[in-house]
Design a protein around this ligand. Sequence first.
Ligand SMILES: *[C@@H]1O[C@H](CO)[C@@H](O)[C@H](O)[C@H]1NC(C)=O
Ligand SMILES: *[C@@H]1O[C@H](CO)[C@@H](O)[C@H](O)[C@H]1NC(C)=O
Ligand SMILES: *[C@@H]1O[C@H](CO)[C@@H](O)[C@H](O)[C@H]1NC(C)=O
Length: 172
Amino acid sequence: MLLVTIVSVVLSSLTVAQPSPNETHLIATALLTKNNDSAFECWQLQTPFKRSSIPGISGTQSATISNVTNFAYTILPPRYDGGLHNAPVPQMVHFLSGLAHLTLPNDHSTDAFVVGGVGGLLFATDTTGTGHITRYPSDQETVAIAAPFADGIVPEHIVLNDGPCAGLQTFV
Ligand SMILES: *[C@@H]1O[C@H](CO)[C@@H](O)[C@H](O)[C@H]1NC(C)=O
Ligand SMILES: *[C@@H]1O[C@H](CO)[C@@H](O)[C@H](O)[C@H]1NC(C)=O
Ligand SMILES: *[C@@H]1O[C@H](CO)[C@@H](O)[C@H](O)[C@H]1NC(C)=O
């Protein structure tokens, strides 16, 4: 049986910067396959935040991202080395605590640090090709939730730049 859940990111209206010009979009670093190599891009999701009418979060900003399957909660020990691997399936990973350091085997000039917390979002879609190396260098556990996209369908997005997103901002 396939368990399908809607993942939404909810932001209190107090924490949303005044959108410019008038729409706010989620942005996050993505790992993808380009010419058989894993690479980073900064993605902005096509679907903007909307004012929710769902009871309990009514009036707040909410962005519907995708349907997901096999949603998982993962606890990685301090200084864990995930080694070289591909994304098992196209998925959204959100690091809640700790620190992830992502490197590429064929591009030693590019890496990404993902800090657990509100800026801890990552789209991991490099299911083929050379893969990436993930290490968790902090002295604390890194907690991550992984949300594989239902049917492998990656949400529609535009590419803001090659390489990881700059800074810790998660919405523009
Ligand atoms: C943003 O502005 C455009 C044009 O003025 C309007 O069509 C659209 O509905 C606005 N979006 C939001 C989220 O207010
Ligand atoms: C990617 O790898 C496959 C299988 O090894 C190969 O057939 C293909 O030519 C490669 N594509 C590029 C763009 O290097
Ligand atoms: C999720 O699945 C439902 C039911 O099939 C569908 O109506 C909805 O559009 C899907 N949502 C997204 C974001 O793809």
